[in-house]
Ligand binder design. Structure first.
Ligand code: FMN
Length: 228
């Protein structure tokens, strides 16, 4: 059954624990994802904030093996160009190097196995401007992306609450036209993100962040810091 407020879906994890332990999951078992669970994630996604509540996005849930194969091939073409361009040549210490290598192994694994992930979710954004104009000119209150990423994050957190893993990915965008052709997506949509979705084989946990909340937060005036 699809989630109902007050129902018993989800694995009982609290909201804060769920989001603190959400991280990019890039290894999945072959177990299928229940369609009800996909609907629950979609329902959570559309509850996210969007400018003027216009919800400028659509989803394509890809489960067809041939389409997943095609998307994986496109992703890997992007990955083959991207990986060498970002690979660091030196690290400040062994710990940083080991962390990077661990993360990179998972990233390579995802790229090499994307067609085997049970579901690939495409997030489409129409190529529209959300800037409103008046006599004084444009009022740039935020790009359209700003009204899409909250829905993506809600989808990912809902998946987390169901014990499903996801990872934000965007490498397919390097060959976005090919994605549109493959899936029959009209030109007026950007394919903003592709989320693999499945039962993760890795462990949830608080992911390392080198920029702490204290470091990047000012109180009252820019640059005035506080410790918790
Ligand atoms: C805009 C954006 C694009 C991303 N693109 C990719 C991608 O193409 N492939 C991938 O494996 N991870 C991608 N990621 C995932 C990030 O690498 C990941 O969120 C980050 O390393 C933190 O991971 P962690 O929460 O497990 O520490 C992307 C994340 C964002 C926000």
């Amino acid at each position: 059954m699809i989630y109902e407020v007050g129902g018993d879906r989800g694995n009982g994890i609290g909201l804060l624990d769920g989001l603190m332990t959400s991280r990019a999951m890039r290894r999945y078992s072959n177990d299928p994802v229940a369609e009800d669970d996909i609907w629950t994630c979609l329902r959570a996604a559309v509850q996210a904030p969007s400018g003027g509540n216009i919800q400028p996005y659509q989803f394509v849930i890809v489960r067809d093996p041939d389409l997943k194969q095609g998307l994986a091939d496109i992703y890997r073409r992007g990955w083959a160009r991207y990986e060498p361009a970002i690979a660091p040549t030196e690290f400040p210490n062994d710990g940083v190097r080991e962390g990077w290598e661990r993360n990179n192994r998972a990233t390579v694994h995802l790229a090499e196995n994307l067609e085997h992930v049970p579901v690939l979710v495409l997030l489409l954004m129409p190529s529209i401007s959300m800037t409103i104009h008046d006599d004084e000119g444009p009022m740039p209150v935020g790009p359209t992306h700003a009204s899409v990423y909250p829905a993506i994050q809600n989808f990912m957190l809902a998946a987390r609450s169901l014990g499903l893993g996801t990872a934000m990915t965007t490498l397919h965008r390097i060959y976005e036209d090919d994605v549109r052709d493959l899936v029959g997506i009209p030109d007026r949509y950007e394919v903003l993100a592709m989320l693999p979705l499945g039962h993760p084989t890795g462990k949830w946990g608080v992911a390392p962040r080198h920029r702490s909340a204290e470091k990047i937060t000012s109180w009252d005036r820019f640059g005035e810091k506080r410790n918790p």
